[in-house]
Design a protein. Sequence first.
Length: 199
Amino acid sequence: MSEDRGPSPEDDTENAPQVVALPRWVPALLGLVLVAMAGLAVYTGLTYRAKPLVRGLVKRASQLTHREGPAEQQAGGSRVLPGSTGDQLPRGNVPTGGAESAFSITGAGNRVESTVRLSAKRGALLRVVPEDAIFYVNDQLMGPVKPYSTTQEAYEFPEEGSFTIRVAAEGYADEMFEVVVAPDSKVEVASITTKLKRR
């Protein structure tokens, strides 16, 4: 009896696929491309912030996205609502209780609201936590409070009268303030400083 030992080594060499060697320049070219890409990555990672051209382009792009509308140039203009004719400006109400500062609580049952009344000659400073809060003047959306948190950028009321300011942020309870704008007020700019309470 003969033993079956499988295919002979001579058969393997005939059936084996032929290996074609790459030219010498292919691995060298791949290595050169990888080294160049790594060098560019390091270069751009270290120097992109220092280039004045890039800084100028980024600055110009941010100016285009945060452009001031014509209504913002007027006192009382909204950063959200468009309009250059003044028809979007909140109008002052008749003051209800004089120009002196006061605190009032209104409502009954489960619905109680507190309102702080302040007085000013021309505007209000809005220092609110959280900083991403927005505010309304006489129930008209004005925009985020953050731009109006410094004395150089106080919110300026368009006219004399009483204005109700409501400060709101998602996940927080709203707070109400009444600012009476009158030329005989002792304060030039009313300061509204508050930390909103979580709901």
